[in-house]
Design a protein around this ligand. Structure first.
Ligand code: CUA
Length: 314
């Protein structure tokens, strides 16, 4: 995560403002420090009795204390207004070509819904968003519990997700890459473990990913996978999680339809491997205190079948 290594127009605008403020701040710091040192040096040499001329002292206060700071603040004000303008006008590029993604903050993960005019082309995923490069993306940000803040520093500035209100930002990734983000508003015990990944990919790769995500999962034919599916359905998983194409339709936890294709589990906490998933299912509270998932006590054999089923959800 690095706001000074921008990949989109939004992050570039913010980085430009940051560098301007940093440069002005550096010059002001050097000049003021130099003047303080000079005053100390002169004060020692001059002794007690020498006083500056009142006119000089007054001019110094007027220029150094009022005029120069006012000019600097005005320049910074104009620059920050321009930055806000650049951020807002991002959405004016070509809205007809835009992709709309609805992101809902939850304690402590991100519910992601790809919007489309046709309901057949809508799907949900979690904690990992894919976007095509060179295409404007409208992120509609909501919250279902407390205030969160969406922040992928390389791509855009922060935007709060507020219950009962929809905030919107526009992003556009210029180059391929995987960019990490983090919830930036304290939202509870596992706030620090509420991460998100943005995968920017070539439009063709994005279309392939999207087509895959739209695919539903049937009840598996393979006996081992079917056993894992039954464990999933009979141990309460389906009350909270959805797997499109099956009767599992819970909305409390992340949609797991293509769980196996995600890079991480538990909102960026752990890499998505069989071992980590086993540990997560056995005791989620030990790994991420405060999250809503209860421990699922399973026999070894059932757990293995469940893991195989989860891994098969590509
Ligand atoms: Cu969500 Cu902090």
């Amino acid at each position: 995560m690095n706001a000074l290594d921008p990949t989109g127009a939004g992050a570039s605008a913010i980085a430009d403002l940051w560098w301007l403020m940093f440069s002005i701040g550096t010059v002001a710091f050097v000049v003021v420090t130099g003047l303080v040192l000079y005053a100390l040096w002169r004060g020692r040499r001059a002794g007690e009795n020498e006083r500056p001329e009142p006119r000089h002292a007054r001019n110094l206060v007027i220029w150094g204390g009022i005029v120069v700071p006012a000019v600097i603040l005005f320049v910074v004000l104009v620059a920050s207004l321009q930055t806000s303008r650049r951020l807002v006008t991002l959405g004016n590029a070509d809205p007809s070509n835009a992709l709309t993604i609805e992101i809902t903050g939850r304690q402590f993960w991100w519910d992601v819904r790809y919007r489309d005019e046709s309901p057949h082309l809508e799907f949900r995923t979690a904690n990992e968003i894919h976007v095509p490069t060179g295409r404007p993306v409208n992120l509609r940000l909501r919250s279902s519990d407390v205030i969160h803040s969406f922040w992928i520093p390389n791509v855009h500035g922060k935007m709060d997700l507020v219950p009962g209100q929809e905030n919107s930002i526009w992003i556009e990734a210029e180059e391929e890459g995987i960019f990490e983000g983090q919830c930036a508003e304290f939202c509870g015990l596992a706030h620090a473990q509420m991460r998100i990944i943005l995968v920017a990919q070539e439009p063709e790769d994005f279309d392939t990913w999207r087509t895959e995500q739209l695919r539903r999962q049937d009840r598996p034919e393979d006996p081992e996978l079917a056993r894992g599916f039954d464990v999933f359905m009979s141990n309460g998983c389906a009350f909270c999680h959805a797997v499109r194409g099956t009767l599992a339709g819970g909305r409390v936890g992340p949609d797991l339809t293509h769980f196996g294709s995600r890079r991480t589990i538990a909102a960026g906490l752990l890499p998505n491997t069989r071992g980590h998933l086993a540990g997560w299912i056995a005791d989620p509270q030990a790994l991420k205190p405060g999250n809503l998932m209860p421990a699922i006590p399973l026999e070894g054999e059932s757990l293995q079948a469940l893991l195989t089923y989860m891994e098969s959800l590509h």
